[in-house]
Design a protein around this ligand. Structure first.
Ligand code: ATR
Length: 275
């Protein structure tokens, strides 16, 4: 019988996950279908009960449900528990088990072109949900320092304090960090600054970026944010948010099917959708 997979969010209309996963199901000849469901916060518990009752194969969880889903699951993997957010759930013999593939997806996308952050000086810009998943995941990779720059440095400090993995870390304002960007080997932009339609906005001044650095932005609309364009002009190597999106999906697909899918195929599919 055809298995159902899903993504729960609100809003959910623009999700590229259904096309990405349905293409993979047909490519790997798996009898399954992936559907988006718009679920209000007050209906989340019922939605999970319904998916459980019909024997869902698995599902993704997106904004605003990544944290509030946790009490409705049977088990949560340790990294997702420490991040406090789940974006992927698998139904294992009736048990719903939650994972976070956002942070690991970012790391896997990064290491495809930047092999290791061990011993490197890393700066994360932002201290929201996406920053948290990325920061906790990177903290396990033993960077020399893992700093955060944020509009509200206190939010960065809280994030640093809550990280269960030991790492040397400082919190800075965006202005302070902008003056010392030359210090960093890797810079990861996780805020929504520069996202369409506000494409002329910059989170931080890039004048001090060193040309040997790697600069990532998790935004994929536009494909090259102003921040990435300017980093490239300074000679840095850049990566856009397509990689994190594709790899978080690839890791979810692997959790559901045991198959690590063809990432090149996924990337091409997503880029086609973005036009
Ligand atoms: P997500 O969960 O998608 O990461 P979020 O939790 O809303 O989104 O996080 C937003 C991040 O972007 C935060 O770091 C926020 O800074 P504050 O902690 O000071 O709120 C940052 N951010 C959002 N809009 C911003 C803006 N206009 N200028 C500077 N920082 C901004």
């Amino acid at each position: 019988m055809k298995k159902l997979f899903a993504v729960l969010g609100n809003p959910i209309g623009h999700s590229m996950s259904p096309l990405m996963h349905n293409d993979l199901f047909s490519y790997y000849q798996i009898d399954a279908h992936y559907l988006p469901f718009q679920v209000r916060a007050e209906d989340l518990e019922d939605a999970v009960k319904g998916l459980r009752a019909i024997g869902v194969g698995g599902f993704n969880v997106t904004v605003p449900h990544k944290s509030s889903i946790i009490p409705f699951l049977d088990e949560v993997d340790p990294l997702a528990k420490s991040i406090g957010a789940v974006n992927t759930v698998v139904n294992q013999g009736g048990k719903l088990i939650g994972y976070n593939t956002d942070g690991p997806g970012f790391l896997k996308g990064l290491t495809a072109c930047y092999p290791s952050i061990k011993g490197k000086k890393v700066l994360v810009i932002g201290a929201g949900g996406a920053a948290r998943a990325i920061y906790f995941t990177l903290a396990k990779e033993k960077p020399l320092t893992l700093d955060i720059a944020n509009r509200t440095p206190n939010n960065a400090l809280s994030l640093i304090k809550e990280c269960p993995y030991s790492v040397v870390s400082h919190a800075y304002s965006l202005e302070e960090a902008g003056k010392q960007l030359v210090e960093y080997d890797l810079i990861v932009q996780t805020t929504s600054i520069g996202m369409s339609p506000n494409t002329s906005e910059l989170p931080i001044s890039v004048n001090e970026i060193k040309k040997e650095s790697m600069v990532c932005d998790i935004i994929y609309n536009p494909l090259e944010t102003k921040f990435l364009q300017m980093a490239k002009q300074h000679g840095a190597q850049i990566q856009n948010g397509i990689e994190m999106f594709v790899y978080q999906g690839a890791l979810a697909f692997e959790i559901w099917t045991g198959i690590f899918p063809d990432v090149k195929r996924m990337r091409e599919n997503v880029l086609r959708q973005l036009g």
